[in-house]
Design a protein around this ligand. Structure first.
Ligand code: COA
Length: 179
């Protein structure tokens, strides 16, 4: 059985994580995918959450990576509630469907819960993320930054969550430049 090791990313992981996202999100003939630039911009932003940005290694090689950054839910009449925005997450194509993405997800969810983060938000395929407990954000009263995202915008409320956290979610600033 393949041994997947999970740890926080380090500064020297930057080239390897770029390769991961370039391969995971890249399309033939289209140049570097936007996710590579997003990862760079998030690392430079004050919204980056390094403690929740994690790599997966197999035999000492980085094969998967996820970024987390500071998002907020704009609660009506209150102070915006800080929470976690997940993304991007990517796994090298040759290592997909062997549990690497799940290992990253569970590590990140457990760490965020232990850090008393109230919820994690992401944009992605419900068929994948529901296995980790994510639900359509509107089921728990949270609106996507773009209403057109519909059920693809999902959240996972954690132990520190409560029913007062309702409103529109906003990602860290670098996501605004993604288009
Ligand atoms: C999504 C991704 C991170 C999952 O990583 P992974 O290591 O392949 O995931 P796991 O091995 O834990 O799980 C694989 C399972 O997820 C399913 N899966 C993967 N992507 C899926 C998707 N977009 N929709 C539905 N199911 C998906 C696979 O079919 C497989 O199903 P199975 O368990 O029934 O066999 C990886 O496929 C990837 O890098 N994809 C390209 C980049 C991307 O789309 N990232 C997510 C958006 S930010």
């Amino acid at each position: 059985m393949t041994k997947i090791q999970i740890r926080r990313e380090r500064p020297d992981d930057e080239p390897a994580t770029r390769l991961v996202h370039a391969a995971a999100f890249g399309r033939a003939g289209e140049g570097e995918p936007a996710e590579c630039g997003l990862v760079d911009a998030l690392r430079l932003s004050d919204g980056w959450l390094p403690r929740l940005s994690i790599v997966a290694e197999i035999d000492g090689v980085v094969v998967g990576h996820n970024m987390c950054s500071r998002g907020h839910v704009a609660v009506a009449g209150g102070v915006p509630v800080a929470c976690v925005g997940l993304g991007p997450i990517g796994v090298l194509p040759e290592h997909q469907s062997s549990g690497v993405g799940s290992a990253l997800m569970w590590a990140m969810v457990g760490a965020a819960d232990a850090l008393d983060e109230p919820l994690i938000a992401l944009l992605g395929a419900p068929d994948y993320y529901r296995r980790f407990g994510f639900v359509a954000s509107t089921e728990v009263g949270i609106d996507a930054p773009d209403p057109a995202w519909g059920p693809f915008f999902q959240v996972l409320p954690l132990t520190a969550s409560d029913s007062s956290i309702v409103g529109r979610f906003a990602y860290a600033a670098p996501f605004d430049d993604l288009g």
